[in-house]
Design a protein around this ligand. Structure first.
Ligand SMILES: [Zn+2]
Length: 932
């Protein structure tokens, strides 16, 4: 039976339940018909409108994926039972509800005395939010009779099998016992039971079927008992699980028992729904004495935004309040108030850490349950680890008190650099130790159901040819060799980095450049002049090498034209006013070859065969499935832009209207993308006309990109976590994942990824098999070891922080002396400003390209070294103090005045000396002192 036949067969169910105006926004393929259907709903009611909608659906072309999309939109519009019934072609649950619907239909006008507002508050489980609003509005505008009848209209269309029980309960709670009795009497009357089959069991049947279900789960719980000891009691009797699928329930089980859990399931399996259900269950345990409070941690601001919205929607009609604190809108006061008054707080781990440190949140055990989204990051120095260190300090400290429950969510626990199952197991133990895990929860009983909900795209590898001949690349390589040899004349650059200088035109070459730029600043040479000269020269050379390297990556994967444009933009952006001898020489190198390069860029012979392969893939896919949505992963940010240009300029592809999505983090190389721009891009892809999203690794991690059915990895090979998640992203049924590569090395790497994924699942399985007390013992051992290590590190850090010596700040590029660390002050624990008024005379001040206000500091200008133009940071104003230089660590080298040792630090937290806090009163004196 075709999918359309299934719909035809069950059309009456559908048209008597759905309200098209709620479904249409989610099923966005009916185009011009959409308005007609909406108009029909206003004129003739939802049933007629739904009939029209189904007619339009039958006219849709038979393309893959539409049926799943329709069911999803039913489900998301608030009809999960209907969607499941169609999916399973099993309408038993809905049929059972029908008998009671007939009773209410018969008696509906006898219920006019019931005040809709009295019972509305108790009916949130069965009404959609928009329906609730409509009832309120109608009651207000047209009076109670219209209000209650509207409510009944909606109720008679619900697909919730529990609706009658909820309705009766609402009447009871509203004090309408008489009406309840009338309905009950009718229920006993056999005449009232006309219609649907299986109705004679009535209300009790629902309870029976429910405990049957619980019984089944108990059976599976018993088999689990053989593996480990946590399924001692069953909780099924007292928690209704209307919202969870069986496999989701399986995943939730240990956490619902209060165990610290890592929930590991593929992207697309609905881990957030599992989390929300755990959360709800947890909050419902709240008592007057013990108030439960949940914090949900997510790594990035867009992820926080997304999770917060989902939680808010889920808990919309409950007593539980959801709030979010992340990004630039998070204020200290907001966090204090939010934590005080709300039940669920969504935050970034960094903000939680800072606010715990500063005492705005009193202690970690303010929360009784903490979720770690993408919890595999809880390793090494990630912000998650900082939170868990606080936790471990309490657990293993002298006075262990109550601790929050910890639940981690991930698509893949990862295996680090493990080459075999044994090493992978150790990696997983480490993660469990870090998250104080009792149980790793994976799907094992309901695998079949899981696989029907999570679509693993078919994988395909296309080996593309390389350009046979690339004159452009040869010239750039020559240029790079020239720059390298110039640097070598100054210093043996290969001793500057532990990372070997690898192939030009690769990401590892970029890593080598980063290391060179760091280390050239702390060289010890004969004298200061020599150090300054060498540092500036190496730094400048490295900068040029970086741009050439980027340019090679672009030319490898995109058009030569775009690679040339990238170089041109760099050289045009330079300010000759700051040129020294090195700059001039390097620019001359480029100028000498510029004409040649330009010639190559305009020569169509250098067209990239890899792009032709990509074009071919697009054409194949879009010819047969014009509604295809594609995510294209590329290696670098500059490349994402170049590929976008190419798509737009290729006549056959311009209709895809590509969007670019890159990370918000600023790298050494490129500015990040702002949150707003990220959201715009996602919105255009999810709702608008864009059919292609070109992304760098940002989309790897959980950003919820609407159903897409084609994932293209454009010479993009990541680690196991990336792969599982990238694949999870293409979650539409029959979706496809294509790797386009010109190197057999990439194809091999992909094989390794597949192998590592297998190793990971084997390792988890083996860990789940071992005796539970043995598991805990092992985890404990790791934890004690780590605690010792951290205690030692902390002692050392305190010792280092107490270094009372004054440090000199030298320019990070030309090593010119700028100021001393006792001229620095710290604002709000995060901004370092210089209070020495002479400092500004050393700066070159330019307007900030994106002026902003952050932490009450107005940031309007950029400052750089007046000798070499190296970026030093920002010039801001704060509490009436204008021209405050805010320094960035990358701008400087720090020299211990006593020992003459040089330091380069990545974060201000690593700065070895002491920096006083910014004090307004003292600043006032200083300002007066200088006669202002
Ligand atoms: Zn400088």
């Amino acid at each position: 039976m075709s999918e359309k036949d299934i719909l035809r067969q069950y059309q009456t169910y559908i048209t008597q339940i759905i309200q098209p105006s709620c479904v249409l926004p989610l099923f966005d393929v009916l185009g011009e018909y959409e308005e007609q259907i909406k108009a029909r709903e206003v004129e003739k009611g939802p049933t007629e409108a739904a009939i029209l909608m189904m007619e339009c659906i039958y006219k849709l072309p038979e393309t893959q994926g539409w049926f799943r999309m329709l069911l999803d939109s039913f489900s998301n519009a608030g009809y999960p039972t209907l969607a499941e019934a169609i999916d399973q072609t099993d309408f038993t649950a809905i049929d059972k509800a029908l008998a009671h619907k007939n009773i209410v239909k018969k008696l509906r006008y006898g219920l006019n005395l019931v005040k809709s507002m009295d019972i509305l508050v108790h009916m949130e489980e069965v009404l959609l939010p928009s329906q609730k609003e409509t009832v309120q509005r109608v009651t207000l505008e047209k009076g109670n009779t219209s209000g209650i009848q509207t409510l009944l209209d909606f109720l008679l269309r619900t697909d919730n099998p529990q609706w009658y029980r909820i309705f009766l309960e609402a009447l009871r709670r509203g004090g309408y016992n008489h009406q309840v009795k009338v309905l009950d009497d009718e229920d006993d009357d056999p005449a009232g039971k006309s219609g649907a089959e299986g109705n004679e069991e009535g209300l009790e049947e629902m309870e029976i079927s429910f405990s049957e279900k619980a019984g089944q789960s108990n059976l599976s719980a018993n088999t689990d008992n053989l593996k480990d000891g946590y399924h001692q009691t069953s909780y099924h009797e007292d928690i209704p699980f209307g919202n969870l699928r069986d496999y989701q329930r399986e995943l939730a089980e240990p956490a619902l028992m209060g165990k610290n859990t890592i929930i590991c399931a593929p992207t697309g399996s609905g881990k957030t729904v599992v989390a929300m259900e755990i959360c709800r269950h947890h909050l419902e345990q709240s008592t007057e004495e013990k108030k439960e409070k949940v914090v949900f941690l997510a790594n990035t601001i867009p992820l926080c935004q997304q999770q917060m919205e989902m939680f808010q929607k889920y808990f919309e009609n409950t007593e539980f309040e959801v709030t979010g604190h992340f990004g630039e809108n998070a204020s200290q006061l907001g966090i204090q108030v939010g934590v005080e008054n709300c039940d669920i707080i969504v935050m970034t781990p960094k903000l939680l850490e800072i606010n715990l440190d500063e005492g705005n949140i009193l202690r970690l055990s303010t929360f009784t349950l903490i979720f770690f989204d993408e919890c595999h990051h809880t390793m090494k120095n990630h912000a998650y680890s900082a939170i868990m260190r606080m936790y471990m300090d309490i657990k293993l400290g002298p006075d262990p008190s109550e601790l929050p429950q910890i639940v981690g969510l991930t698509a893949s626990v990862g295996v680090g650099k493990s080459k075999n199952e044994q090493e992978a197991r150790e990696h997983i133990y480490q993660l469990c130790a870090n998250l104080d895990t009792d149980t790793i929860s994976t799907v094992s009983e309901h695998l079949e159901e899981l696989s029907s909900h999570v679509f693993v795209p078919n994988k395909d590898t296309r080996i593309a040819k390389r350009r046979v001949f690339n004159r452009f690349m040869d010239i750039v390589l020559e240029l790079m060799a020239q720059v390298e040899s110039m640097a070598k004349q100054t210093y043996d650059i290969d001793t500057l980095s532990k990372i070997p200088r690898s192939n030009r035109g690769s990401q590892s070459y970029e890593q080598w450049i980063v290391a060179v730029q760091r280390n050239c600043r702390v060289l010890k040479l004969n004298n200061e002049d020599e150090e300054q000269r060498v540092c500036r020269k190496l730094f400048t050379c490295a900068e040029h090498l970086r741009k050439y390297n980027d340019c090679l990556i672009i030319s490898e994967d995109a058009r030569v034209k775009d690679a040339f444009k990238y170089l041109l933009e760099y050289f045009n952006s330079m300010d000759p006013a700051f040129f020294d001898e090195t700059d001039e020489k390097l620019v001359n190198y480029f100028q000498e070859k510029k004409a040649n390069l330009e010639e190559c860029a305009n020569d169509s012979v250098t067209d990239n065969p890899k792009l032709s392969e990509l074009e071919l893939v697009f054409q194949e896919q879009y010819r047969f499935k014009p509604e295809t949505r594609t995510i294209l992963f590329v290696r670098t940010r500059a490349l994402a832009e170049a590929v976008k240009e190419w798509v737009l300029e290729t006549p056959a592809l311009a209709h895809l209207r590509p969007q670019v999505l890159i990370g918000r983090r600023k790298t050494d190389n490129v500015e990040g993308m702002s949150l707003n721009k990220q959201q715009d891009a996602l919105e255009a892809f999810q709702e608008g006309g864009s059919k292609l999203l070109i992304a760098t690794s940002v989309a790897d991690e959980g950003i919820d990109i609407a159903t897409c059915n084609l994932v293209i990895l454009y010479d993009y090979v990541g680690n196991v976590i990336k792969m599982v998640q990238t694949r999870g992203r293409g979650r539409a049924k029959d979706s496809l994942c294509i790797l386009i590569t010109s190197s057999s090395e990439s194809a091999t790497k992909e094989q390794i990824n597949i192998l590592q994924e297998k190793i990971m699942y084997d390792a988890i399985q083996n860990i789940q098999m071992i005796n539970h007390s043995q598991f805990l013992e092992k985890v404990n051992k790791y934890q004690k070891m780590m605690k010792k290590k951290h205690d030692l590190e902390r002692q050392m850090a305190t010792a280092r922080k107490q270094d009372p010596n004054i440090f000199l700040l030298l320019c990070g590029k030309c090593l010119k002396l700028t100021c001393k660390s006792n001229d620095l002050r710290v604002i709000k624990n995060s901004h370092r400003v210089v209070i020495d008024k002479d400092f500004i005379s050393l700066c070159n001040v330019t307007p900030h390209p994106k002026p902003k206000k952050y932490d009450d500091i107005d940031m309007k200008f950029k400052i750089s070294c007046s000798s070499c133009n190296h970026d030093w940071g920002i010039l801001g104003s704060y509490l009436g103090f204008t021209d405050l230089p805010l320094l960035k660590t990358e701008g400087f080298v720090f020299v211990n005045r006593r020992t003459q040792k040089k330091h380069v630090v990545r974060k201000w937290q690593e700065f070895p000396g002491i920096i006083e806090e910014f004090n307004i009163l003292k600043m006032g004196d200083a300002a007066q002192g200088t006669g202002e």
